[in-house]
Design a protein around this ligand. Structure first.
Ligand SMILES: N[C@@H](CCC(=O)N[C@@H](CS)C(=O)NCC(=O)O)C(=O)O
Length: 251
């Protein structure tokens, strides 16, 4: 398999975690988001939404949407199982993943894009910006790129985004009250979905974790898993300094 991904991208980090948990070998193809490689015709042929990640299967077919990719990997490579056995619990797990997609990701986007993309996009001339916006397939991301290029998020907006991202912590604290992992004794795709967000919370506001003991314990256990190191969830500032280049020892 071939994974087109961003080193800093939460959705890509999820899939790297899942591949590592499964022990599935893959070719890593980093996509430079600041250079908008995700909007090239070749990339759009793999993912018409123009976002990372995209997975190319061994038979040449493509798959996108990180949550969907992780479920697919769990189906084709059942060991270790990464979903609850009970269909109801599986459904609830899917809703948790969806919650992170809908509530956590857009707020993290405000914070991460302000650091990673705004300094680059602000330098584009109006003509360059218009040309680049025209390649973006969805109106939602076209608006996001226009916003980051011409009207940077204010400190108040960033504070709001961080507060909204932090809503994940009490939600997880409740789920972990009597559980080792989010859905019980088994590490699941819900834990994988949450990991990139908690990693950023640990960098942006570590105090939020010190005041949530169950989440703090979960975060330590998540980092102790061998797959965590293999998936290369480096600190955002360190990875950003390399500007999309792969870590020296990454595959
Ligand atoms: N729902 C999608 C979200 C993917 C997504 O938003 N990817 C971001 C990085 S985390 C991206 O490609 N951003 C670049 C852009 O929007 O141009 C998934 O889970 O795969």
């Amino acid at each position: 398999m071939k994974l087109f991904h961003g080193w800093l991208s939460s959705a890509s980090r999820r899939v790297r975690l899942c591949l590592a948990e499964k022990g599935i070998a893959y070719e890593s193809v980093p996509v430079d988001l600041a250079a908008q490689e995700q909007h090239t015709p070749a990339f759009l042929a793999m993912n018409p939404n123009g976002v990372v990640p995209a997975l190319v299967l061994d038979d040449g077919r493509f798959l996108y949407e990180s949550g969907t990719i992780c479920e697919y990997l769990d189906e084709i490579s059942p060991l270790p199982p990464l979903r609850p056995d009970d269909p109801y619990q599986r459904a609830v797990m899917r809703n948790f993943v969806r919650w992170t997609d809908e509530k956590a990701l857009p707020n993290l986007l405000v914070l991460n894009w302000s650091l990673a993309l705004q300094p680059v996009a602000a330098r584009w001339s109006d003509a360059m910006l218009a040309e680049r916006l025209a390649r973006i397939p969805t109106s939602e991301r076209r608006d996001a790129w226009l916003r980051i290029a011409r009207q940077p998020y204010t400190d108040a907006e960033k504070r709001c985004a961080l507060d909204a991202l932090l809503m994940l912590v009490p939600k997880m604290e409740t789920m972990l009250a009597h559980n080792r992992w989010l859905f019980g004794a088994r590490y699941t795709l819900a834990d994988i979905a949450a990991t990139p967000f908690v990693a950023r919370i640990a960098e942006l506001k570590p105090a939020a974790l010190s005041s949530a003991p169950a989440v703090a314990g979960w975060w330590q256990r998540a980092q102790d898993r061998p797959a965590f190191a293999q998936a290369r969830l480096e600190r955002f500032d360190i990875a950003l300094a390399r500007r999309g280049a792969p870590p020296a020892d990454a595959h």
